[in-house]
Design a protein around this ligand. Structure first.
Ligand code: ATP
Ligand code: RI2
Length: 188
């Protein structure tokens, strides 16, 4: 197994760029990598990633109790990263979560060693992928495409991966980024 420290990684980028697909492919290549199962106030029937569905009221209760190490809102939904990810990091295992570009400054303030991985793809490719995935309505897809342009917050450094082309090319870049020495070399 490739060498990996107990580091926390956030994969970010516009909706439909392929974050979940890349995460699953990287986990198949790196058996020690922990993929974080997010808590989301989205219906369990939505499909897509493996997540824990909850209500707004339950999310708020858990947030107040300190159950999330990071949390944010986007697309009218609340997202939480469960605190049990700390156990994996403390045990020296790396963990990767699907994050939000908008919360990266806050996440880096809280976890200075956090590595951000920014995945991009050309706008027409995003539109085609969201339509083909079919998880959202046409109206929701339009809102996600409008948000695609926000980019990274000013001053935030990230490893850049273009997933406009074949999936395998981006998977290789992600696997390299998740291994500390290569990650350092490709930092901007
Ligand atoms: N390189 C690629 N080539 C072709 N299709 C791809 C590629 N990468 C991802 N896809 C497809 O694009 C769609 C969106 O991917 P995915 O759900 O992983 O995106 P995401 O970034 O996690 O989106 P969201 O943030 O909305 O959850 C999926 O149907 C996936 O199979
Ligand atoms: O636009 P920004 O702030 O980067 O991301 C906001 C949210 O959009 C995506 O949500 P989902 O996975 O489609 O529910 C990301 O995973 C993130 O949680």
């Amino acid at each position: 197994m490739p060498e990996m420290a107990g580091r926390l990684y956030a994969i970010v980028g516009p909706s439909g760029v392929g974050k979940d697909t890349l995460m699953r492919a990287a986990a198949r290549r790196l058996p020690g990598l922990r993929l974080v199962r997010r808590v989301i106030t989205r219906s369990a029937e939505a499909g897509g990633e493996d997540f824990e569905s909850t209500s707004e009221a339950d999310f708020a209760r858990r947030l107040a109790r300190g159950d999330f190490i990071l949390h944010w809102q986007a697309h009218g939904l609340s997202y939480g990263i469960p605190a049990d990810v700390l156990d994996f990091l403390e045990a020296g295992r790396p963990a990767l979560f699907n994050g939000s570009r908008a919360m990266l400054a806050e996440a880096k303030a809280q976890f200075p060693a956090l590595e951000a991985i920014h995945v991009t793809a050309r706008p027409e490719i995003l539109a085609a992928r969201l339509a083909a995935r079919g998880r959202e309505s046409a109206e929701e897809i339009a809102a996600r495409l409008a948000r695609a342009k926000i980019g990274l917050p000013p001053g935030i450094k990230a490893i850049e991966i273009d997933n406009s082309g074949p999936l395998e090319t981006a998977v290789e870049a992600l696997v390299a980024a998740l291994q500390p020495e290569s990650a350092k070399r490709s930092m901007r």
